[in-house]
Design a protein around this ligand. Structure first.
Ligand SMILES: [Ca+2]
Length: 385
């Protein structure tokens, strides 16, 4: 009798073990709030990454906040890129975004944003450089050129924003570089004309200021502004209709998804759908119709970071949707557009903060998590595998 019980126990143990072992993909399948399943494959890990940008379907660039730029292939093989400028690391700042020039295939130019200091870190500013990326056995940067510096430099380690995007080919903004410039946690400068804090900047690809920028009569500094009244826009992307959108971190709650339109004021710090961390209330956008209201806002917070728009065959029903990486919400958030007005459609949550998201030309969605042991994950459609 004892042997029979022992044998039954062993049989159950073997069945249990084989179920676990034969479903390794189970652990990487994430079910969205509406039941859609996506399949994640972990490709690599990084220490404090900030941005992903594809060169082609097989090769991407990844920045890590401490100052390394990585050339990574889609299997996870990676090399550091030499001759990256020294960055000022601390708090939210360090090496930031990386994007490629629209004519990268011809000129190998890339753009990097990062935090710099001229006085050993007492005051800091975001800046953007352009460089030639030489891809060989020891990849490196040459022909480094200054494109933009955030003025003024100021104290503190927060709200640099410094996300970048190029206008799409064939649009009015072809070869135009847009940069989000955060409020540096100083609030009121976001409404002033004589500094870059709390603005979205528009430049030509070589750093010159386009003559048709909207604020030509507000002093010298304002000539580079595209929009004003921003807090901390960590996501910036064009949709397939050529419209520019941003994700913006709210104060306590009130995160925003904004349609960025030439010459508009987005209201910070005068209006918000959140409150100050002190608990002090802030009037809502509705109270001041001269300011642009967010297309979507979130209470409670999602803490939005990277933003991209979906194009591709892997998830056909997502065509044109926005995909947002959530830090505090530890999720990928999908936004779809019904009769132009966007709404959150589905949320894919797991236990990790999401720093950046990039849709590859082949339709796969790549995500980089936040933090010290952050995973690079490639998402495909579970229904297709
Ligand atoms: Ca706003």
């Amino acid at each position: 009798m004892r042997n029979i019980i022992k044998n039954i126990f062993l049989v159950f143990l073997i069945i249990f073990a084989s179920v676990i072992l034969h479903n390794p993909s189970r652990a990487n399948e994430i079910r969205g709030s509406e039941g859609t399943k996506i399949h994640g494959e972990v490709i690599s890990t990084f220490y404090q990454p900030w941005a992903i940008s594809f060169i082609n379907s097989e090769t991407m660039l990844i920045t890590t906040k401490g100052g390394n730029l990585w050339l990574v292939d889609s299997t996870g093989s990676k090399k550091t890129v030499g001759n990256v400028p020294t960055v000022s690391v601390g708090g939210q700042g360090g090496l930031g975004d990386v994007i490629i020039h629209p004519d990268f295939a011809l000129n190998n130019l890339i753009y990097l944003s990062y935090v710099s200091s001229n006085n050993f870190g007492f005051s800091k500013f975001a800046k953007v450089i352009r460089a030639k990326l030489n891809i060989n056995s020891e990849p490196n940067l040459t022909e480094i050129t200054d494109i933009w510096e955030q003025k003024p430099a100021t104290t503190g380690n927060g709200h640099f924003s410094h996300r970048m995007v190029f206008g799409p080919a064939g649009s009015d903004y072809e070869l135009d570089l847009f940069i989000s410039s955060g409020d540096r946690q100083k609030l009121t400068p976001a409404q002033s004309w004589d500094n870059d804090l709390g603005k979205i900047i528009r430049l030509k690809h070589d750093g010159r200021i386009p003559e048709n920028n909207p604020f030509q009569n507000k002093g010298k500094r304002a000539k580079s502004f595209w929009t004003i009244g921003h807090r901390n826009a960590l996501g910036l992307a064009f949709d397939s209709n050529g419209q520019l959108w941003s994700t913006e971190m709210g104060p306590k709650d009130g995160d925003e998804f904004n349609l960025i339109e030439k010459g508009q004021n987005y209201g910070w710090p005068i209006v918000s759908e959140g409150s100050h961390y002190s608990g002090v209330a802030i009037p809502s956008h509705k109270t001041r119709p001269e300011f642009q209201s967010p297309a979507i806002f979130w209470v409670p917070t999602i803490a939005p970071s990277g933003l991209d728009f979906y194009e591709g065959k892997e998830f056909p029903s997502w065509e044109g949707d926005a995909i947002i990486g959530g830090l505090r919400s530890r999720a990928l958030i999908r936004i779809s557009f019904n009769d132009i007005s966007p709404r959150e459609t589905e949320r894919f949550s797991w236990s990790k903060r999401v720093r950046d998201v990039e849709v590859c030309k082949n339709g796969l969605i790549w995500v980089i998590e936040d933090g010290n042991d952050a995973r690079l994950i490639k998402f495909s459609n579970s229904a297709k595998s």
